[in-house]
Ligand binder design. Sequence first.
Ligand code: TYM
Length: 334
Amino acid sequence: MLDGKKVLFSGMQATGNLTLGNYLGALKNWVSISDEYETFYSVVDMHSITVRQDPAELRRRARTLLTLYIAAGLDPEKNCIYYQSHVSGHAELSWILSCYTYMGELSRMTQFKDKSAKHADNINAGLFTYPVLMAADILLYQSDVVPVGIDQMQHLELTRDIAQRFNSIYGDVFTIPEAYIGKVGAKIMSLQDPAKKMSKSDENPNGSIYLMDDPDTIIRKFKRAVTDSEAHVHYCDEQPGIKNLIDIYCACTGKTPADAEAEFEGKGYGDFKLAVGESVVSVLRPLQERFADLSKNKDYLDSMIKANAEKAQYFSNKTLRKVQKKIGFPERVR
Ligand code: TYM
């Protein structure tokens, strides 16, 4: 609890271009529930360097991501929006927690297995201990709730295990966080392969809708989306391409799958795909416009970045000092 409110933490990597999956699975939910919580939304740039990055590009993407958080509707006066690398406690707590995390636990993480297969020439220790840094992000703020897409559930379970293990040794140090998974859009799949999640790092750009795609590109990608030969807009596991499009449509319009089935009864996939594309365009257009306006306002963004980093540093220090004391690090002389 902070100021009588429960605490919410979440973050996104500043790697690649943000996709509709990131928006519908995470960012959109952040905006809708943020008023109920004391919130911390981090641009997790330290996580990004587990894969080689071009420095100028990483800096640019981090700034873009932070601006997108605000453009999506998170007011930086009310929500603590900051860069992970500006708050030293993330790395400090991560080291401590890594001494309470087992190699076996980390080697079971599917994201580690996937990423090490993909970057076989650079399987660095950071890629392996990545989930410990994520646990530190969350536990540093005594977070009660963590809104994420389904793909992050395994990391969240590990965070809970680490926190419980630590608490069982030292008493109630950490709040045990709960995941918040949205009702719709928690796993948006690739438009080109509905068995694969839509991902920032997909080599095929037609599989993903990027938040900065223009309307023509969005409509074109939906027209090309892989479906099936059933010619029937039906929400079922046997039609994964159509199911994914219905999920996207519902997440963008607030309709239910039953509404969508009724609306497109007897109509071809062409009409349906166009309607899905248009629903996405109408969600992304205002976000893109706000992004363009905000990007011009450098001073405002800079002052907000400074103030929020200080706020995050202040709150994270409280937990860090508590943890350091519990494990027996010498007290600071004031
Ligand atoms: P990242 O940057 O890969 O993704 C950011 C958020 O977007 C969600 N997401 C999706 N949701 C639905 N459908 C998809 N296709 C899809 N793709 C991505 C993710 O679940 C996530 O919520 N390790 C995290 C970043 C992180 C973090 C944290 C998150 C670091 N520390 C602490 C929460 C709390 C990651 O790589 O997310």
